[in-house]
Design a protein around this ligand. Structure first.
Ligand code: SF4
Ligand code: SF4
Length: 84
């Protein structure tokens, strides 16, 4: 399951550099997460780093993009294949 940022986002830019997959970027009004690149940090960390650092707790699981750990690990492997 990828994560989603709600409109409570205050555009503080704290989460973007913490994402190991480069899934977070600044959208038109708030920061956004690319569901094709978010692995819930599976493969990199034990917990979602963006949730850890967000000062207003506006990041949650996106029910529109449900994936289990096996699928997330496959996504991680696909995203990192070819890299060190
Ligand atoms: S959960 Fe991890 S991979 Fe997904 S957007 Fe947050 S920091 Fe990036
Ligand atoms: S850390 Fe939270 S408030 Fe800051 S840009 Fe990311 S989602 Fe928005």
């Amino acid at each position: 399951m990828s994560l989603i940022i709600s409109d409570e986002c205050i555009n503080c830019d704290v989460c973007e550099p913490e994402c190991p997959n480069g899934a977070i970027s600044q959208g038109d009004e708030i920061y956004v997460i690319d569901p094709t690149q978010c692995t819930e940090c599976v493969g990199h960390y034990d917990t979602p780093q963006c949730i850890e650092v967000c000062p207003v707790d506006c990041i949650s699981k996106d029910p529109a993009h449900v994936e289990d750990n096996v699928q997330l690990l496959k996504k991680y492997e696909k995203l990192t294949s070819g890299k060190d």
